[in-house]
Design a protein around this ligand. Structure first.
Ligand code: NAP
Ligand code: MG
Length: 398
């Protein structure tokens, strides 16, 4: 059988620990036999990041700007323990943070749904994607304790030194204050990424905030979304048969719980932090959650939502075969290959990626799965397999 040819390379960002091993297996077993794979390879494994003073992470993000589509393996974000473990020159920053700062985008997390692993919310029969704004609000806040008898004010000084003041509170007793900000340009980028992704996925888009209480701050988010939708996306949404819908965050929560799923929920930074953990856990397993960074300039970076599965790596070093669930990483690869196929007009590549996704789901639904899923699956007949056996079962289906 002739292998599928590619035109433009994918940016391949290799990673760490158990996911690095599963990465190699996925390529060998599911991709290389079928696709004449073209990638520009960047080794984001911690050792190589350390050797290059983290330049490799920056280079990989810039390559994503050049080619448009990247696929990333999970990577270690160093902490004190990793400094000694890897003998690091510096406590290098989170690669995801560095990449996001260069591409400036929104992260969309979507669960992969299979029979036998019912969500805790029984009416969620379709996936709910969470889009989290990744800039500002309380994540860039300035906070102070305030003593009794103090007056706290907001002061804005313009270029000529003119001040605008607003009273926060006259403190009769001790208290606290917090200053937060956001930037129109970042909110606009967030809105465009969400509208583009909704069109891509052909899913409705919901956006929620608390504009009735936050009449200037949250209202600005609501207005920017509405303006961009009206002027740039309304017609495209009508043609695609999808809807944009704004509601208050508390109303959104009530509706989400009663819904059957099948939409994208755009959230402000804090709401997205909280809701994405709630939604991903309700769908059953972090190993079945994909993640894609969509930049407002139309660059895409696909990955799994989980980390490097550190505990299993130490087992592997002792000789235990790798038995992590590779599904989210497989879907990162298929997501990237599908997008590459769409951009380059290679229908065969799109179909191949869809075939791999279907074969992965069919394999699990036939009862063959890794340990983490075996524990939660309600299927009667289950066979527990390790990562390599699981990938071979998928390849046999393809
Ligand atoms: P983790 O790698 O997501 O794993 C946490 C636990 O979740 C694992 O010990 C395992 O549970 C379970 N798990 C996660 N993914 C699984 C999979 N595919 N198959 C089976 N079980 C899975 O999180 P962590 O241990 O907190 O972090 C490890 C490293 O990953 C850290 O250095 C962190 O910096 C990094 N990290 C990277 C990213 C990223 O690159 N996007 C994201 C998060 C964390 P059991 O042990 O019970 O089997
Ligand atoms: Mg969180």
């Amino acid at each position: 059988m002739a292998k599928i040819q590619m035109k433009t390379p994918l940016v391949e960002m290799d990673g760490d620990e158990t996911t690095r091993i599963a990465w190699r297996m996925i390529k060998d077993i599911l991709i290389l036999p079928f696709v004449d794979l073209k990638t520009e390879y960047y080794d984001l494994g911690l050792e190589h990041r350390n050797e290059t003073d983290d330049q490799v992470t920056i280079d990989s993000a810039n390559a994503t700007k050049k080619y448009g589509v990247a696929v990333k393996c999970a990577t270690i974000t160093p902490n004190a323990a990793r400094m000694t473990e890897y003998n690091l020159k510096e406590m290098w920053k989170s690669p995801n943070g560095t990449i996001r700062a260069i591409l400036d985008g929104t992260v969309f997390r979507t669960p992969i749904i299979v029979k036998g692993i019912p969500p805790y919310v029984r009416n969620w029969t379709k996936p709910i994607s969470i889009a989290r704004h990744a800039y500002g609000d309380i994540y860039k806040a300035t906070e102070l304790k305030v003593g009794a008898g103090c007056k706290a004010e907001l002061v804005v000084t313009d270029e000529n030194g003119n001040e605008t003041r607003a009273l926060i509170h006259d403190f009769k007793t001790e208290g606290i204050i917090q200053g937060v900000h956001n930037i129109d340009k970042s909110i606009e980028g967030f809105a465009r990424s969400c509208f583009d992704y909704a069109l891509d996925m052909k899913m409705d888009l919901w956006f929620s905030s608390k504009d009735t209480i936050s009449k200037t701050y949250d209202h600005r988010f609501k207005d920017i979304f509405a303006e961009i939708f009206e002027s740039e996306y309304k017609e495209k949404f009508e043609n695609a048969g999808i809807e944009y819908f704004y509601t208050l965050i508390d109303d959104a929560v009530a509706r989400v719980i009663r819904s059957e799923g099948g939409f994208i929920w755009a959230c402000k930074n804090y709401d997205g932090d909280v809701m994405s953990d709630m939604v991903s856990n309700a769908y059953g397993s972090l190993a079945m959650m994909t993640s894609v960074l969509v930049s407002p300039d139309g660059y895409y970076e696909y990955e799994a939502a989980h980390g490097t599965v550190q505990r299993h790596y130490y087992d592997y070093l002792k000789g235990v075969p790798v038995r992590i669930n590779p599904v989210a990483t497989i879907f990162a690869w298929t997501g990237a290959l599908k997008k590459r196929g769409e951009l380059d007009g290679i229908q065969e590549l799109v179909e191949y990626a869809e075939k791999v996704e279907k074969a992965t789901i069919d394999t699990i639904e036939s009862g063959v799965m890794t340990k983490d899923l075996c524990i939660i699956s309600t299927l009667e007949n289950k066979t527990q397999v390790n990562t390599e056996e699981f990938l071979k079962a998928i390849a046999a289906q393809i």
